[in-house]
Design a binder for this molecule. Sequence first.
Ligand code: NAD
Length: 280
Amino acid sequence: MTTLPDRLLTILRDFARSREGTFVVLSGAGISAESGIPTFRGKEGYWVVGSREYMPEEMATFAMFSRRPDEVWAWYLYRRGVCHGAEPNAGHQAVVKLEELLGDRFLLITQNVDGLHLRAGNSPERTYQIHGNIDFMRCATECGAPIAKLPELPLKPKGEGLTETERAALRCPGCGGLGRPHVLWFDEYYDEEHFRFHSSLRAAVAATVLVVVGTSGATNLPMQVGHAALEAGATIVDINPEPNPFSTLASRADRGFFLQGPSSEYLPLLAEAIAGGGGA
Ligand code: NAD
């Protein structure tokens, strides 16, 4: 049976009882893996353009979008269909429970673009989607039009090219120019306006507990969040079946824990521990 270390249980109950400090969850693709959404580390993510197979790290770039907007949009529409077909799992539900228990003492920073945290019930106010959301688009030429929800479109089979109907539906609603997925690509920079860069770092510095779940630490802001929380003396908990840069970080913290296993098992235990301490 999966259990939490006694020392962590005590820390979490004390945290809940104290009614002070904040609890930050930083999630990555791993939390949605058990909902059937592939992470970027499997064969499923590959996409064929012409005669070549591209890895997600090559497709998810502004450089690729500039050269091949139709192929990049087709890939995103396919991935959006996968996200729509998925349901939140026990890990997502536990993160909702944590927010219900802790209220304003809770914050979620997610790298996931799948929208599953919000569908599970986390509030938009306390959820920073630092890599965007696959259900939204914005103007590729930054005409100033607000971010818009993508229109409903038929499910996109893998490997199918963009249709005329889709191409027309994906124009910027403001200027009629090219629209782009509202996500942060690998060759782009974080900002506050779209991706809550400064707010995330502020939250990390103020965190009493930082729970990192399902991320390989390959992206920049999540690693900065981890280091800032470590330097500020937070309790750091990393949940992941595999060792990763955050488990190394946790091993350097005075109060650090690596819970090696799936998020659907460990996150409910964290929520139970907080509930045992009386929540907010
Ligand atoms: P990643 O694909 O680089 O790493 C996934 C991590 O999850 C790995 O460390 C893996 O060991 C771990 N993992 C696998 N199964 C798990 C489980 N059941 N419980 C807990 N952990 C598990 O993901 P990343 O670090 O989030 O970075 C990938 C980038 O791609 C991010 O920018 C993200 O926005 C994007 N992405 C998003 C989704 C999504 O929205 N669901 C999916 C794939 C990629």
